[in-house]
Design a protein. Structure first.
Length: 284
């Protein structure tokens, strides 16, 4: 008799997955993004790479409900577990009904199949942009092994900014850096920008992943933004700061500017916080 498995089964029956800390983080983030108006209808998606040892307190990760083809090969992520929002799901419903709107998957050894461990009880599946998420996860892990979150959302003011501002990522970033002193502190590494592309396919996922090797934030013009972070708070905070700066830009863009944060002052900010601004992006 496998007493370890029996003990784990008893423990898991007591610990409810939907109330696990990592699920609560996801529920809270989705609720906040909906509250802020960033994720209309079924817009937006989030993926969270989980610590398997932590997950095993709640689930037997060797057993799965069903397999779902991914339409993409992610061999480097084989064996990794992710908490993911579902396709066609509304963020406004995630907090009250996590079992149907969220899923926990484990990437199968072939790297092409997701094994559902929990969630999507209504027969649902992961977001159509899962390949884009996994590509970005692989890119960020190659830069920082602690990056665990990929967050895609549609911040209103940032989207509006992509209609009226040059999409050159250096100039786009410099405009945002000047809006709030904290911007240089929060994203000194700058922001990647992609022109409009059709979403939900591997092409835009590959383009985003390439940018993610250099940036933690990638703007999709006329669509939204991808953010990466070590924690849910970090990824959310990155996007939140960009959105606030974009809102300020839109409020003043049509007015004569009498005061601004100069490049010399941006360097003072970076130096003061022991940070390095994106190489060559300040005119000094």
């Amino acid at each position: 008799m496998n007493f370890d498995k029996i003990k784990r089964s008893i423990t898991q029956s007591v610990l409810d997955v939907k109330n696990a800390p990592f699920v609560r983080e996801m529920r809270k983030a989705c609720a906040n993004m909906y509250r802020l108006g960033w994720d209309e209808r079924n817009g937006g998606n989030v993926s969270y790479m989980l610590d398997e040892k932590e997950l095993e307190k709640y689930l037997d990760t060797s057993e799965y409900i069903r397999e779902i083809p991914m339409g993409f090969k992610a061999e480097k992520l084989a064996g990794k577990c992710f908490l993911v929002t579902g396709t066609g799901k509304y963020f406004k419903n995630v907090d009250e009904d996590p079992e149907n709107n969220l899923g926990i998957i484990k990437i199968a050894p072939d790297g092409e199949t997701a094994r559902l461990l929990w969630g999507w009880e209504d027969g649902g599946r992961f977001t159509s942009e899962l390949p884009a998420h996994l590509m970005s996860h692989m890119s960020r892990l190659s830069v920082d092994s602690e990056n665990r979150i990929i967050m895609h959302t549609h911040p209103t003011n940032l989207l509006a900014m992509t209609f009226v501002h040059d999409l050159n990522e250096r100039e786009f970033t410099r405009t945002l850096w000047r809006m709030i002193t904290e911007c240089m502190v929060v994203f000194p590494d700058g922001i990647g920008v992609l022109p409009w592309m059709l979403c939900g396919n591997n092409e835009i996922g590959e383009a985003t992943a390439e940018k993610m090797k250099e940036f933690r934030l990638v703007v999709w013009a006329n669509h939204g933004i991808y953010g990466a972070g070590k924690t849910m708070d970090e990824a959310f905070g990155l996007i939140e700061t960009v959105e606030k700066a974009a809102e300020l830009y839109l409020k003043i863009a049509h007015l004569p500017v009498k005061n601004t944060i100069t490049d010399a002052q941006l360097k003072i900010i970076a130096d003061g916080f022991g940070l390095k601004a994106k190489e060559g992006w300040l005119d000094l």
